[in-house]
Design a protein around this ligand. Sequence first.
Ligand SMILES: Nc1ncnc2c1ncn2[C@@H]1O[C@H](COP(=O)(O)OP(=O)(O)O)[C@@H](O)[C@H]1O
Ligand SMILES: [Mg+2]
Length: 347
Amino acid sequence: MSFLSLKNLNKQFGDFTAVRDMTLSIEKGEFVSLLGPSGCGKTTTLQMIAGLLEPTSGQILLDGRDISHTPPNKRGLGIVFQSYALFPHMSALDNVAFGLEMRGVGKAERQDRARKALEQVKLGQFMHRFPKEMSGGQRQRVALARALVIEPPVLLLDEPLSNLDAKLREDMRLELRLLQQEIGVTTILVTHDQEEALSMSDRIVVMKEGEMEQIAAPLDLYERPVSPFVSDFVGKTNLFNAEIIDADHVKVAEHILLLPGHGMVTGASMQLSIRPEKFALSPQGDGDEVQVEAAIFHGANWLYRVRGAMGELFVTQPNTGAPGFARGQTARLTWPDGALSMFAEAS
Ligand SMILES: Nc1ncnc2c1ncn2[C@@H]1O[C@H](COP(=O)(O)OP(=O)(O)O)[C@@H](O)[C@H]1O
Ligand SMILES: [Mg+2]
């Protein structure tokens, strides 16, 4: 039996449907992300789980109990928002202990548990500081400690890293994931950042316009997106319209590609997607001739824009230490079998 389940969950604001028919089962200890563009219903879903928004219809079950209409304080879930929402006049320790005071925990135990929670998030030596004396990253850790100190059955995170700068955000991803695994707390993360979702989750739920578009483990989602929307939103990709020529061939622009087993009828339209890093670009040899139109060095890799018979393509290649291709150069482009994803719909 799953630990947390959403059953046909809906939320309407007037006649606008923000969340439609969400059905999802989450296992104990699992880390699940809700990923999608702004406005797709992620926060609304999370707030229904937290009890801060009433579902229009559907059910939420926690450990077999229907909590759909249980008030938030009775659900006892830990919540961390993008804004830290700390009390400015309280030290880190008091901020963390506050939730326990609300639950009637005695002073000595409160202090003890708050100290342990701050140590878990590596803020042991900062526990007497006030929020204004801490960096954004430290404040967000206090918010995390405050959510964890009540030992919630589920931790809900709404874009918790969005206010942090890029370097810190990356460090925090790893730390947060390690801490989550160590504690084993079931976690739902809301994010619009595909890298964040890919790097932290056991499973990702991609949402589009209030509905679930795909649920999959990060690698599966990246390698086998179910739609052009997912393939474009999760990672970078090259998308082309294609036409089925026969059982083994498709046409992209003026180029005929071998694509055995596509299983579609001759004359049908489809879309193809291939990720920039799946290509190999060589100075000569086999493959399609392409012209390098732009070359951008990113340190760890090169980003090229090339043009060939299929049109314009983005290609990334790892930096090996040798000079890359230069703008204007001619090169040969190949890709392995299975690198193309097919979608039976044309844009
Ligand atoms: N209280 C509200 N009243 C009316 N519309 C709302 C309300 N809250 C959210 N919405 C709308 O519901 C949609 C989903 O919002 P939200 O869940 O916050 O999106 P996300 O978190 O994915 O960016 C948006 O179009 C938003 O404008
Ligand atoms: Mg949101």
